[in-house]
Design a protein around this ligand. Structure first.
Ligand SMILES: [Zn+2]
Length: 99
């Protein structure tokens, strides 16, 4: 497995460790769980992707949180973008299917 940088700037500077690293139970890929600006938690793929729909921001308390880009949002140049692991997981259908 190749070594991609894990949120190179933000996670290294996350003294409060709001993120958790837990492998996907379906495919064992590393995932980063972060709270979202909507008060939930979501699993992100560790490596940035060019057209990801999630960016990392700090909330009012300085905590690292994931924020979904809205349809027409364009992040500042150089902003790292991520995607939910549920969008890329080869077993994604398993997550969507109701038991
Ligand atoms: Zn997976």
């Amino acid at each position: 497995m190749n070594q991609q940088p894990l949120f190179p700037d933000l996670l290294a500077a996350d003294p409060l460790a709001t993120h958790r690293r837990v492998p996907c139970r379906a495919c064992q890929a590393p995932m980063i769980w972060l709270p979202t600006t909507h008060g939930r938690t979501m699993p992100l793929d560790p490596a940035p992707v060019p057209n990801g729909n999630v960016v990392l921001v700090r909330d009012g308390n300085g905590l690292l949180v994931a924020e979904y880009l809205r349809r027409n949002d364009v992040p500042a140049a150089g902003t790292l973008r991520y995607q939910s692991h549920f969008a890329s997981c080869e077993f994604a259908d398993d997550f969507r299917r109701k038991p």
